[in-house]
Design a protein around this ligand. Sequence first.
Ligand code: ADP
Ligand code: MG
Length: 730
Amino acid sequence: MSSTLRFQVVGEAFKKKPIEVPNREVRPSEFFAKYVFNRQKMRTFLSDDVYEKMCDVIDKGTKLDLQTADAVAEGMKQWAMKLGATHCTHWFQPLTEGTAEKHDGFVEHDGKGGMIEEFTGKQLVQQEPDASSFPSGGIRSTFEARGYSAWDPASPVFVIGDTLMIPTIFISYTGEALDYKTPLKRALKAVDKAATAVAQYFYEDVTKVISNLGWEQEYFLVDEGLYAARPDLVMTGRTLMGHDSAKNQQMDDHYFGSIPRRVAAFMKDLEIQALELGIPCKTRHNEVAPNQFELAPIFEETNLAVDHNMLMMSLMHDVARKHGFRCLLHEKPFAGVNGSGKHNNWSLSTNTGILLHAPGKTELDNLRFIAYIVETLMAVHKHNGLLKASIISATNAHRLGANEAPPAIISSFIGKQLTDLLTALEESDDDKLFIIKGKKSLSLDIPQIPEILLDNTDRNRTSPFAFTGNRFEFRAVGSQANCAAAMIVLNTAVAEALTNFKKRVDKCIEEGMPKIKAIVAVVREDIKACKPIHFEGNGYSEAWREEAEKRGLDVEASAPLILDNYLREDSIEMFGKMNVMTKAELIARTDIKLETYIKKVQIEARIFGDLCINHIIPVATRYQSQLIDNVHKMGEIFPAEEAKVVNANNLKLIKQISEHSIFITENVDRLIDARRVANRIEDTREKAIAYHDTVAPLIEEIRYHVDKLELIVDDEIWPLPKYREMLFIR
Ligand code: ADP
Ligand code: MG
């Protein structure tokens, strides 16, 4: 980019005014889910009989017969056509990072030379997209390219533009999962089964346990003109070079600050569109870094929440462009300021409405509460490495362990009150615990649990898995990740812990122990067992790393090695026993994750090398020549002794530019060599390790010198928009 062009682009960005957002003359309650075929629409567009059957399919997971499917499809078509839909698509989540769709028109020959609009139950329920270009990790050889997408009735269909979107799972010809949704649904089933069985110790009327997810989506906005002028942002989603802006987040003036008007207009527009699609948007605010923001909806059932997050991320990209922005979902788009995450607030609730994590009024409620907390901690303890694997990626690696949320060690913060409570139970003695008061009421000697366990000030922001009153907040999830990856592991691990818990309690009961006493005994045993995961201190400190290692927690920080956790024996056993993923599926998934890691670093290295050689070195050299020219001319007009003095500064700069330029060119060559060596490695894991150990660090090393040059070279000829220009929307 020429200097004049850079100034033009920057100038334009600063001149932009907020665009008018169509102000819906109605309340959100009136346009909420306008484009969603929810129960209310089902009532209108389906016969009573078909409506009832659909409710059973959604609530009880009963099978849908083809005749009913035809009737449902017809109702959907009528509804969708009223909204202008002409096409339909199965909408699924392959193991790439986004969603996939393939549109088919409703048109069919009518047999009389004309056309009719048709949409059948068969089209609704199952399609056979060619799966050959989606990652399968070797599960599907190309001659068996077929994959099936199958309707997930638990997530309602919706209309976007002229298309009826049908959420589906995506599996191979031989039935293996090729997506996120399939194992997620299996994990949710497993946790339902295990948690319901345990809930029945306490409440006989519980028949179902629901896993809830409330995600908080962080993101950056940059002006689209500036974005277009940064090839690194366009290609990789992050800036690979750029010196810190003099002012960034050190004044703490952005967090919760007043929202810039252009951004407020974007947020308003986004919220309206999201609400119309049934996403219950609730919270919006400025985040810590300049140009960083957050959006959070009201929590929902996990499967639906995951779909809504995927939909939200694509809406954010669309709406941002309309407002002259680009939305950056990368975990670390800018060095030196905070990165973006996606806190996953997770809880369990039952069909009778009791939130399993909320403290109750009776002592039995309290014991139930403690049992679920402790078994969640057991799950997180046993599979802490695997949980970390579920959130690691080439992009999230820039956030993890880099002295900002979250550290590269999974631990859990539960707050003082809960800690005291667990200690009291651990140390309590049975005689005191089981004084039977009066007839049937029993004293557990558990201290009273206050309604609100922790207020907002008592939060430990450095904890990757924190208990926050009525839920756990898994904070390590990356901003652009599919939440399902983390939710699959967490729900499966909790299912396994609760299954083991029940097995041990039942054994005690069989041996003649009263039920409550048996529960307390096992809970007490587990409070002791899961202690290593419990950590209330500063998760960023070096002392914690050492301590965590002593406690046997996974402290690995290398992304490819973290992924090994998927294939640990206890992981394979857990996924198998809980019917969530087979070993073959796990091997495939890990392979895909490693491949993705390699490709991401590879693309970064390539574009980085290009930028260095084609953008940075030429302008540095040009500026250096100007300085040399000046030095010569000064020599002509000043006597030799004086020339030395007046040229001192320029000579210093000339030397510095040389030093940085030499480092950059030499090391870009090394970078190319490192890639070449890594590319020759056959084994995917070894190759990913090579990319991690030899390619990725070189990018950072070279970057230091590029950023130094940015400080030296004349601003007028610097080819890339700078941090201070990109990070402050007016
Ligand atoms: P904070 O940033 O203080 O953690 P936010 O208000 O930004 O809080 O987001 C809290 C998120 O937690 C929201 O998405 C909310 O819906 C979700 N949430 C609240 N209660 C629960 C719960 N019991 N289970 C799951 N998610 C919850
Ligand atoms: Mg928040």
